[in-house]
Design a binder for this molecule. Structure first.
Ligand SMILES: Nc1ncnc2c1ncn2[C@@H]1O[C@H](COP(=O)(O)OP(=O)(O)OP(=O)(O)O)[C@@H](O)[C@H]1O
Ligand SMILES: [Mg+2]
Length: 344
């Protein structure tokens, strides 16, 4: 969060490290500049500061857009507050919206995960029990029928087995399976998924691997991380054009990424970032608000469970998944904890 303090005459008397990043100027250069040198004179920020200078107290406003020669257009949540111990000084904090939005989105995923967990438990309970009865009955019948009819009883057995498997797959959404987490080299996971994709559903796609070789291990479950990246890469393959399709798999260590996790009251540090970027048409506008919800799909034969599963597994890993999407550039970023950290 960027913090500036404007002195009684409007000149900056304090700026934090984030302000250096935002205004792309060193702290010593920021201090002594007038607020109107940093943000346009007609900006909401100036009027908020003026109002607090006049009336005291504090005022916040959400979604204030700011764009200057130094700052690419972004939206901020702004809080201007008087500092009674320093008369005439106003503290201004700017919180870039994208981070606030990420947290909002994460909360939305958690809701989706909960609803699908409840549904999966119900399904498993209501569907699996009668299935074993049906299978048992078919096996009994099998003994007394001729060869021709035996093909039919076998069909019943095979199909009930298949439905059982499907239900088991759904059951992963239910919160009962204990997960075994270990130190995982995420590059091995990505290589494995890349190989599956390049030999199958992603044969038409050019893959670019952009790995940070010094990336520490992730704390996680290999099989589940494979599922996460298989789903993300499959979606990307389905999104890219049949000619010129490109998917970039990147990993990076990001020092500063901390997230507030709802219900935990503290922030977690998620320094490992794995992203899957594609040059397809982007997520259709009508589902951009909730692509992680179960059964949300734009594909004729899609189940809409891929991203719900991704959200569920990433959240079980104590991580966060978010996306940005516009035509020709869609990126899903998975932020994960390091293996030396304890997972709660
Ligand atoms: N990389 C992407 N580019 C464009 N749209 C995407 C991308 N990833 C997901 N989507 C959109 O989000 C929807 C939901 O994705 P999700 O993986 O949950 O389900 P699905 O792919 O439709 O079905 P399934 O994964 O079960 O085959 C997709 O139908 C698609 O519209
Ligand atoms: Mg999918």
């Amino acid at each position: 969060m960027t913090i500036l303090v404007s002195g009684p005459d409007g000149y900056i008397v304090y700026a934090n490290g984030a302000a250096e990043n935002l205004f792309k100027t060193s702290r010593s250069m920021l201090i002594g500049q007038h607020l109107t040198d940093l943000v346009p004179a007609d900006s909401t920020i100036i009027s908020l500061v003026d109002k607090v200078r006049r009336d005291g107290g504090d005022i916040s406003e959400h979604g204030v857009s700011l764009s200057t020669s130094r700052i690419r257009a972004s939206e901020f949540n702004v809080l201007a507050s008087a500092l009674p111990e320093h008369p005439g000084c106003i503290a201004i904090s700017l919180h870039e919206r994208s981070i606030a939005d990420q947290i909002d989105r994460q909360m939305t995923h958690r809701g989706a995960v909960r609803s699908i967990a409840a549904m999966a438990t119900l399904l498993a309970h209501e569907v699996k029990n009668p299935l074993s009865g049906i299978r048992g009955a078919a096996q009994l019948l099998e003994q007394g029928v001729n060869e021709e009819d035996r093909a039919l009883t076998r069909l019943i057995c095979d199909e009930t087995d298949r439905v059982c498997l499907l239900v088991d797959e759904m059951d992963i959404f239910a919160d009962r399976t204990p997960y075994r987490h270990a130190a995982i080299n995420i590059h091995r996971v990505l290589d494995h998924v890349h190989q599956i994709a390049a030999n199958g559903f992603g044969r038409h796609v050019r893959f670019v691997l952009n790995y940070d070789p010094s990336l520490p291990d992730v704390l996680g479950s290999r099989d589940q991380l494979i599922q996460v990246f298989l789903n993300l890469i499959k979606n990307a393959c389905e999104a890219v054009p049949s000619k010129g399709g490109e998917i970039v798999l990147s990993t990076a260590y990001r020092h500063g990424v901390r997230f507030a996790v709802p219900g935990r009251g503290s922030q977690v540090h998620l320094p490992l970032m794995v992203s899957v970027q594609d040059n397809g048409d982007g997520i259709p506008e009508d589902i951009q608000a909730y692509p992680f919800d179960p059964f949300v799909t734009s594909k004729p034969s899609g189940s809409g469970l891929g991203l719900a599963l991704v959200a569920k597994i990433v959240s079980d890993h104590g991580g966060v998944v978010e996306f940005d999407s516009k035509p020709r550039l869609t990126v899903f970023r998975v932020m994960l904890p390091m293996s030396t950290m304890e997972i709660v």
